[in-house]
Design a protein around this ligand. Structure first.
Ligand code: URA
Length: 446
């Protein structure tokens, strides 16, 4: 086997064999193939694509390049949830305790934020004392004891993805559906859960710019799941505005707490209820959609989801006094109100622009080495389709960095106020699953 031949084959639009894919991944992980050769191969894949069979084989080779987590000692159905990343996306913080309170076992490994998107681990670490590094035994015992644990992704999982993602990042080969699908699914499959719900986002604050691209990516990942005998479903959601009203770590933790108490923003609450319903059906805890949704609503109104959240934080060393009274969280040193410069309706957001702004205020990292200010971020007061009058507060910017007043004009440029209104967007547009008996996708429009 020879890497030059593999590059040539992909350059000439030939299908790579399983043996060629296994060889490339195995030898690259052993540092026996140079980065420049793998870069050439990645670009050939980016330009010429991959067949379904090649994508399945690549996912399998990547999955086996590291440890496969064994969750068999956890009693019950283990369900994972993954978002392709967005702005203000704190879904795991509220959704996971909700479904755990109804019997799903949440054994979740999450990542940190980079660039314009935030990460669940950073949000959790903004709670004083909270630890996201448990030993494998502690992780499994926690899930068996209280139904939920969220920790940092093990360094031993999917070694190929770590190397390939770093290379893709600097060679213009991130935006390839076969490469994104195999990257996400190899990690999720190695993490050992029985079923997986994917939230594939599209729009101005997402990897996938259009709904059609998001659907294409979602279908590939759902089919990969089916190939590996897992119940994988995908929801298509819009990132044409931030999720909820809060962007930034402590701000988002507070919003998740509000949501668990039934006082969250309507779009974020709807996403949690809709995702939770799909997860409960996947785990076969409910067979009826309406009953599953009612149970989730009840988990909020009865306080049971909030109580699971408290136990989860306490179990991982977090100081629950901050959860019970979130006025204890530190506050940013500076705040700037952004006001409407005209009367009209909010008709568009530059979601990525707001994510980048939040990062510059201190809430995110530009490079992996940067530190973050947990209290920095943006609190929105208006969403798409809302009416505003000139002088109304649209958002507040929070930062610990001085001389940030110029960011107010930048923030105002991240939205459009028009005379004509738009139709308010749906939160979850579709849920995609695969009917393996009839060999076809099932697309439910919400
Ligand atoms: N997230 C991943 O884990 N991999 C990709 O390639 C893109 C997003």
């Amino acid at each position: 086997m020879d890497i030059i031949e593999i590059i040539e084959d992909k350059k000439n639009k030939k299908e790579l064999s399983k043996a060629q894919i296994d060889y490339w991944i195995e030898e690259y992980c052993k540092d026996n193939i140079a980065d420049y050769q793998v870069s050439a191969l990645l670009m050939a894949i980016r330009l010429n694509g991959m067949s379904k069979r090649e994508i399945f084989d690549l996912t399998e080779a990547m999955m086996h390049s590291g440890e496969i987590i064994d969750l068999s000692s956890i009693v019950g159905v283990k369900c994972d949830k993954h978002s392709t990343g967005g702005v203000g996306d704190k879904t795991s913080l509220a959704l996971c305790p909700m479904v755990a309170s109804l019997g799903i076992k949440v054994a979740k490994m999450s990542g940190r934020g980079l660039g314009f998107t935030g990460g669940t681990l950073d949000k959790l670490e903004s709670i004083p004392g909270m630890s996201i590094s448990l030993t494998p035994e502690e992780f499994i015992n926690s899930v068996n004891k209280i139904g939920i644990s969220i920790i940092g992704q093990s360094n031993k999982i999917d070694l190929a993805d770590k190397k390939l993602y770093a290379l893709r990042d600097v060679t213009g080969t991130v935006d390839s559906i076969p490469l994104i699908a195999s990257s996400i699914m190899s990690k999720k499959l190695a993490a050992g859960c029985d079923c997986i719900l994917l939230d594939v986002k599209y729009g101005s604050g997402a990897f996938m710019r259009t709904k059609a691209e998001a659907e294409e990516l979602a279908k590939v990942m759902v089919e990969i799941g089916c190939h590996f005998n897992k119940d994988v479903r995908a929801e298509i959601t819009s990132m044409n505005q931030p999720l909820g009203l809060a962007i930034g770590n402590i701000l988002e933790v507070k919003e998740a707490i509000d949501t668990l108490k039934g006082k969250g923003p309507s779009d974020f609450t709807e996403l949690c209820l809709s995702s939770g319903t799909t997860m409960l059906l996947q785990a076969k805890i409910f067979t009826d959609k309406d009953e599953a949704r009612r149970a989730l609503e009840q988990s909020i109104s009865s306080g049971s989801a909030y109580n699971v959240f408290l136990k989860f934080i306490e179990n991982q060393g977090g100081d629950t006094r901050y959860i019970e009274d979130y006025s204890l969280f530190p506050k940013a040193m500076y705040s700037y109100d952004v006001k409407a410069d005209r009367t009209g309706y909010i008709t568009s957001f530059d979601t990525m622009g707001l994510g980048l702004l939040s990062m510059h205020l201190g809430a995110g990292r530009e490079t992996k080495e940067d530190s973050i200010d947990f209290d920095a971020g943006i609190l929105l007061y208006k969403k798409l389709g809302d009416k505003v009058s000139k002088g109304d507060k649209l958002m507040t910017l929070y930062t610990d960095r001085d001389k940030m007043s110029s960011k107010v004009a930048q923030a105002l440029n991240c939205l459009t106020i028009s005379e004509e209104n738009i139709i308010k967007p749906k939160v979850v547009e579709e849920v995609i699953s695969y009917d393996s008996i009839n060999k076809k996708f099932v697309i439910e429009s919400e």
